[in-house]
Design a binder for this molecule. Structure first.
Ligand code: FAD
Ligand code: EPU
Length: 347
């Protein structure tokens, strides 16, 4: 059922107060198609350009939504197949991502433990190719089912067709706003391949005095690290990393490193270097001697423990958080000639 003038404040992790002119939620494929049918009766263009909302944890609303917001509530997790080494698990796109991770750990299916505690929905996981602590969705992805809005038909995408990149997929680029992801199938390992290459995990496991490595222990370590530096959206509004870590040529990195010995960068397989945007932001600021890290203007701010995370302390409108991000992009450019790109979807 389509309702009107609905507040989205509790449906986005920044806690921004905006309204949707039209709003509906769907809990299965049929009700999604029915919602779009109802919308087309109100206005043809409404049904063609809906804004799909999962957990709202990677969106910054800067204005009211003049069209239709559709909240994905398709839940359910089922094992749909297996071979000697793998289990294939299909989950509804509206399923909570962390709940899905915990389900896999309970069943002893390995592959997603490093992605514990990432907010949001299963459906957005391939959209964003979510990643943390050395693992990305592409590493465990099998296929997904998505509804083509204009053609009114369900299509299956395999891994190659999703064109995954760093926080990228075909759904953010070539097929932007054309598909609604309804379900995702993951290929998990029966025998775990532990990934503790991300330094902080090994350290945390030692602090936890873990003697026998397990996927549960890795998930616990990841959850402890995350909780220690990322703000909980239930307490302080945020959408995780606001910017991506920028990639530069190795020569550019070397030159910067000579000038700024503290600069943090990670060499990639393609020879380029990924710079820690958090470091660049921490070492820039609104004025000489002032860092962006911990900076606050009105209710918009840059988190004191992680400069890559912009926050809403209460009543900040999205436009103020966007303006702060513009100022940060500009000052990082002035200091380091490196252009930061936003990770968060701006509406
Ligand atoms: P939403 O914000 O609802 O949507 C994001 C985008 O996907 C929007 O453009 C939306 O229209 C589209 N979309 C959503 N669902 C569908 C669908 N079913 N079909 C089509 N389009 C859809 N991300 C990481 O990768 N790694 C991290 O470590 C990480 N840590 C975070 C920590 C915090 C505290 C927070 C708040 C966020 C973090 N994020 C992280 C970002 C966020 O959790 C992910 O991007 C997550 O996948 C967003 O899911 P969502 O359901 O909330 O997406
Ligand atoms: N750093 C600073 N100052 C800061 C923050 C970071 O100097 O204020 C430097 C530190 O040297 C630190 C390094 O940056 O060692 C990396 O920091 P961190 O390990 O916190 O990771 P990140 O690069 O800031 C990325 C992802 C996160 C993901 C973590 C762990 C991006 C844009 N962000 O953050 O994903 O959880 O690694 O893998 O790639 C997200 O996408 O929303 C997100 C939170």
């Amino acid at each position: 059922m389509i309702t009107e003038h609905i507040s989205l404040k509790n449906l986005n992790s920044f806690g921004i107060e905006v309204r949707a002119k039209y709003f509906a939620s769907f809990a299965d494929k049929n009700s999604l198609e029915a919602c779009l049918e109802d919308a087309s009766k109100l206005n043809q263009s409404l049904s063609l350009h809906p804004l799909i909302l999962g957990g709202g944890s990677n969106i910054l609303f800067t204005r009211d939504v003049d069209g239709l917001v559709l909240k994905n509530e398709i839940t359910g997790i089922e094992t749909i197949g297996e071979d000697d080494d793998h289990v294939f698990i299909k989950a509804g796109a509206g399923e909570n991502w962390h709940r899905f991770v915990m389900h896999c750990i309970e069943k002893d299916y390995a592959g997603v433990e490093n992605l514990a505690l990432i907010p949001g929905s299963v459906g957005a996981s391939p959209m964003q190719n979510i990643g943390a602590y050395g693992v990305e969705i592409k590493d465990v992805f099998h296929s997904l089912e998505a509804y083509h809005i204009a053609d009114k038909k369900w299509v299956t995408f395999n891994k190659m067709e999703c064109a995954f990149g760093y926080r990228e997929s075909v759904f953010k680029n070539k097929f932007k706003q054309q598909f609604i992801i309804g379900a995702v199938t993951y290929q998990l390992n029966k025998k775990p391949v532990f990934n503790t290459s991300y330094g902080a995990i090994t350290q945390e496991l030692e602090t936890m005095q873990v003697t026998k490595l397990s996927i549960g222990a890795i998930a616990q370590a990841v959850m402890r690290i995350r909780s220690s530096k990322l703000p909980d959206p239930a307490v302080i509004g945020n959408a995780g990393s606001f910017f991506k870590n920028p990639e530069v040529e190795a020569a550019v990195f070397e030159k910067l490193k000579d000038q700024f010995p503290g600069l943090v960068g990670y060499r990639l397989d393609n020879g380029r270097v990924k710079l820690a945007a958090g470091w660049l932001i921490e070492h820039s600021g609104p004025a000489k001697g002032i860092s962006w890290k911990g900076y606050r203007i009105g209710d918009a701010g840059c988190h004191a423990k992680q400069a890559l995370v912009l926050v809403n302390y209460g009543q900040a409108p999205g436009s103020e958080i966007l303006a702060l991000s513009d100022a940060i992009i500009q000052s990082v450019w002035q200091n380091f000639s490196v252009r930061l790109e936003r990770e968060v979807n701006i509406v």
